[in-house]
Design a protein around this ligand. Structure first.
Ligand code: PGA
Length: 253
């Protein structure tokens, strides 16, 4: 159930401009050194659309992949003012895409809509970082497993190339709040997600599942005791090269 490769994915959200290239350079320099110590890490930065082309052309890094954070559910081009399609993102260098983030769900992304987006992004051969997670109310009402199962079933189809789908478990009450789940509880949730996915879609291997929600350089060590966690989706702390690098360093301490 454990994956050897560990993912550290930054979700920059609505942050960054051209000068943020220096953050990426710092992370790149760190990765180049760290790699030699034989750690198997995958570093991905999901940045605003305005920066994808700039970053992918400026920095040819074999250590860092660049991703997007959302796309429109329509195929390629069309009368959708302000929207960007998966194919447009692919063409400017994105390799990954976050879909189903709770911040987008709260603005109207339903399970069905996310499913369409996943389908189109997979057609473009983008790797999907599919976010799921329960609200605090749902957690209190003991509905976490029910909610996660529904979110997975609503948006994933077994005919998809599931090797290209990474799941990010992000409890909504934990995002940007400084609160994190109890470690024992979190372990159970990870085992549930992995089993549920494998059983439901009849895959040979367990999916890659990440944790996201208030991950920082001080709490990262706590998560390292859960072998089922394959990596992290890091929001606020990924906007600083130092914080992001310290998370990776401290994970292995
Ligand atoms: P956070 O955000 O690390 O700032 O809590 C995580 C996310 O929204 O992906």
């Amino acid at each position: 159930m454990t994956n050897k490769l560990k993912y550290f994915i930054g979700n920059w959200k609505m942050f960054g401009d051209l000068s943020s290239l220096k953050i990426i350079y710092q992370v790149h320099k760190f990765c180049a050194r760290f790699k030699r110590r034989g750690k198997k890490n995958k570093i991905i930065l999901c940045v605003p659309n305005t920066l994808i082309y700039f970053f992918t052309t400026k920095l040819k890094s074999k250590f860092i992949s660049i991703g997007a954070q959302n796309c429109h559910h329509h195929k390629t081009y069309g009368p959708f003012t302000g929207s960007v399609s998966a194919s447009m993102l692919k063409k400017i260098g994105a390799k990954y895409i976050i879909l189903g983030h709770s911040e987008n769900r709260s603005e109207g992304d339903t399970g069905q809509l996310i499913k369409k987006k996943i389908e189109l992004a997979l057609k473009q051969k983008l790797n999907i970082i599919f976010c799921i997670g329960e609200t605090f109310k749902e957690k209190k009402e003991d509905k976490t497993f029910l909610v996660l199962r529904k979110q997975i079933r609503d948006s994933i189809d077994k005919k998809y190339n599931l090797n290209k789908v990474i799941i990010a478990y992000e409890p909504i009450w934990s995002i940007g709040t400084g609160k994190i789940p109890e470690i024992q509880e979190l372990k159970k949730i990870f085992i549930f997600i992995k089993n549920e996915f494998k059983k439901n879609f009849k895959t040979k291997i367990f999916p890659v599942v990440l944790y996201g929600g208030s991950v920082n350089d001080s709490n990262i060590k706590l998560f390292s005791s859960i072998s089922e966690i394959d990596g992290f989706l890091i929001g606020g702390a990924s906007q600083s090269s130092k914080k992001f690098i310290d998370i990776i360093k401290n994970y292995y301490k």
